[in-house]
Design a protein around this ligand. Structure first.
Ligand SMILES: N[C@@H](CCC(=O)N[C@@H](CS)C(=O)NCC(=O)O)C(=O)O
Length: 215
């Protein structure tokens, strides 16, 4: 199995967390959109818009990180994506809810606070403010959910957790304060000590430092 992507990319990292948790060996091939590699003819053959991640499972190409999570989970019949229709629907609900709102808010803040300066682009303060407003509105339901149960969709770890963990991984480096959300923080602190996470990186800040050292 080959995963095309970058260690700084949350959509890539959610897939890497799942691959590690399932103990599936994979070849992580770096495609760095920040340096234009996404638009290379080779990568455009894999993804029509040149985005990452792309999974290559023995010639079967798949993009969109949530589709990749579901594919890998279906293929392995793992409890990370329960078969019972209602249990599965709740996983999908928390997966989509996080991707749409938390993913969007985080992306606006992270891009403008961290990536724009790295690319010598002017940060857009209005988008940062908008992202923070989105996070202020949508993080509380996640904190409430995690105050009631160990994981987003119930008592067991699921792909919804890998998704949110990867989305929130850049919080520190993007100076996003999660202290108002104690249950969310506790959930995240616990998952960050797990094998599937530490096999990926020690911390997100470490992944950023490793990338800077290489460039
Ligand atoms: N919804 C997509 C988002 C993919 C995405 O936007 N990836 C970024 C890196 S995190 C990318 O490839 N950006 C380069 C570009 O948009 O050309 C997914 O979850 O896979």
């Amino acid at each position: 199995m080959i995963l095309y992507g970058l260690a700084l990319s949350s959509p890539c990292n959610k897939v890497r967390f799942l691959l590690h948790a399932l103990d599936i060996p994979y070849d992580f091939q770096i495609v760095n959109p920040l340096s234009g590699e996404g638009q290379s003819p080779a990568h455009l053959q894999r993804h029509p818009a040149g985005k990452i991640p792309v999974l290559d499972d023995d010639g079967f190409l798949l993009f969109e990180s949530n589709a990749i999570l579901r594919y890998l989970a279906n293929k392995t019949e793992t409890s990370f994506y329960p078969a019972n229709p209602q249990a599965r629907a709740l996983v999908d609900q928390w997966l989509d809810f996080a991707s749409i709102y938390i993913g969007d808010g985080m992306a606006r803040v992270f891009y403008n606070r961290r990536l724009a300066p790295m690319l010598n682009r002017e940060p857009n303060e209005a988008l940062i403010a908008d992202g923070l407003t989105t996070l202020d509105r949508f993080l509380p339901p996640f904190d409430q959910q995690l105050s009631k149960q160990a994981y987003l969709a119930g008592a067991g770890l699921t792909i919804a957790d890998f998704n949110l963990l990867a989305i929130l991984d850049p919080a520190e480096v993007a100076q996003i304060d999660l202290t108002p959300y104690p249950s969310l923080q506790q959930w995240r602190d616990g998952l960050r000590t797990r094998d599937f996470y530490t096999r990926c990186h020690k911390s997100y800040a470490d992944a950023v430092a490793a990338m800077k050292a290489k460039t």
